[in-house]
Design a protein around this ligand. Structure first.
Ligand code: ADP
Ligand code: ASP
Ligand code: MG
Length: 426
């Protein structure tokens, strides 16, 4: 008997009708002779609505209480789904993250899974029931508190559960037909991929493609979990995420790998520029030493050559907007000791990434990318590369157009527009 873990995102459980619809799908998978464990997200935009609600109470929320609040969203959908399945004559039981043995560290809002002890889930499956687990949440053994794994974290719950249960497959059901060459909400002619390597998906997820939570992909790669991303609104086969070092899925064994697998954009970063830094050894070390004390996640770093005769330079870097203010405050406090002239903070930027394993062997790609943006009149503010990625920073308001023109120039456009079945894209 195969064991499948299925994860349903917010738009798949947005209302009562949606919950009944996916309950049918789940019961069908069970009746087809599989053991089925299900991970659910909160209904529709519930998590955002709960965050808005907390903001109305106070702008500064205690992390413990915020996690308590947010985990309620997934509890609602898990209980309703269990009721829906039972009303169809199949057996089901729901579990919170802590009941399902999702043990985490104590970092509220971004907890890491440290162990998975899903004995109650196993017992339910052994008894023939469909086990439903609330996504995105865990239990910190050190403090006894409820935690969340970070936005989009239900994907990670699903992969973790699939690992612990040694599932044959982990299916991620969402509101588009799979992983596309770009976000279909931004690039309508995005093309669905039949398969993508973990390595490329990791780069796309790290570059802002929220179709899969970054840590879910990391987890899947580490533990060899087979992922299938697909729509809960259609029966179209989705996208397989695979590790070529483990096995190449039969379905794609004969296909040629594309040079580029996709384009992603990160809209939630800010650029900080330290202007007029004395061009002397040790200043970058000092600046990033101070930034490190804030624990902010620094990404692109660019240091300009110093203007002739001035012996001063500018250093720019990007951080998530949510961390921008504390970084600026820490640097301001060190203004005299670093000796810079001023600080600039800019959150109207977009970071656009083109990802593909084939880049390793392509020599003309960067010229094509930069020229395409130039012809579209889009200014590039920063550039960074990895072995399989080229990223540029542009103004936020041209990000959609930048992705569209790059998609066309890279010959990724599909013949028809992709279907987006539901969801607000929030
Ligand atoms: P869920 O609630 O099911 O987890 P998410 O909103 O987190 O759904 O992720 C699905 C969304 O990810 C899609 O609706 C789409 O707008 C967005 N997305 C971004 N990049 C991609 C991509 N490369 N392929 C598919 N979807 C993408
Ligand atoms: N409900 C959570 C969120 O909106 C987790 C998830 O959906 O994966 O981020
Ligand atoms: Mg998601």
């Amino acid at each position: 008997m195969a064991l499948i873990v299925q994860k349903y995102g917010g738009s798949s459980v947005a209302d009562a009708a949606s919950i009944k619809r996916i309950a049918k799908r789940i019961v069908a998978a069970r009746k087809a002779g599989n053991n089925v464990a299900v991970v659910v997200s909160a209904m529709g935009d519930t998590t955002d609505e709960l965050l808005d609600l907390a903001d109305q109470i106070t702008p500064i929320q205690e992390p413990r209480e915020l996690d308590m609040l947010l985990t309620a969203g997934e509890r609602i959908s898990m209980a309703l789904l269990a009721m829906a399945i039972k009303s169809m004559g199949a057996d089901a039981i729901s579990f919170t993250g802590s009941q399902a043995g999702m043990l985490t560290d104590a970092t509220h809002g971004a907890a890491k899974i440290v162990a998975i002890e899903p004995w109650r889930v196993k017992a339910a499956l052994d008894a023939g029931a469909i086990a439903i687990v609330a996504g995105f949440q865990g239990f910190a053994t050190g403090t006894g508190n409820i935690t969340t794994l970070g936005r989009g974290g239900s994907d990670t719950t699903a992969v973790a559960l699939a690992t612990a249960l040694n599932a044959n497959w982990c299916e991620i059901y969402t509101d588009v037909d799979g992983i596309f060459t770009a976000d279909p909400r931004v690039v309508p002619l995005a093309r669905k991929l039949d398969a993508i390597t973990c390595e490329e998906m990791l780069e796309l997820a790290a570059s802002g493609a929220k179709v899969l939570h970054l840590r879910a992909v990391e987890f899947a790669r580490r533990h060899g979990v087979k992922l299938h991303v697909r729509s809960s609104f259609s029966n179209t086969p989705g996208t397989l995420v695979y590790d070529p070092n483990r096995e190449i899925p039969e379905e794609i064994a004969d296909m040629e790998q594309p040079i580029i697998s996709g384009i992603a954009a990160e809209m939630n970063d800010a650029k900080i520029t330290v202007v007029g830094v004395p061009d002397a050894p040790g200043r970058a070390a000092q600046i990033f030493g101070i930034v490190a004390t804030t624990k902010a996640h620094v990404d692109m770093i660019v240091q300009n050559v110093s203007a002739a005769g001035s012996r001063r330079t500018d250093i720019s870097f990007t951080v998530p907007i949510s961390e921008g203010k504390k970084v600026v405050a820490a640097l301001q406090a060190a203004e005299v000791s670093i000796g810079f002239e001023s600080l600039q903070y800019d959150d109207q930027i977009a970071k656009i990434a083109v990802v593909g394993a084939g880049m390793r062997t392509s020599t003309e790609l960067s010229a094509l990318l930069f020229n395409t943006l130039y012809e579209a009149g889009i200014n590039i503010e920063m550039i960074s590369t990895s072995e399989i990625r080229i990223s540029v920073v542009t103004r936020a308001d041209v990000a959609a157009r930048a992705q569209q023109v790059l998609h066309t120039a890279l010959e990724l456009d599909a013949a028809e527009a992709a279907t987006v079945y539901a969801g607000s894209g929030r």
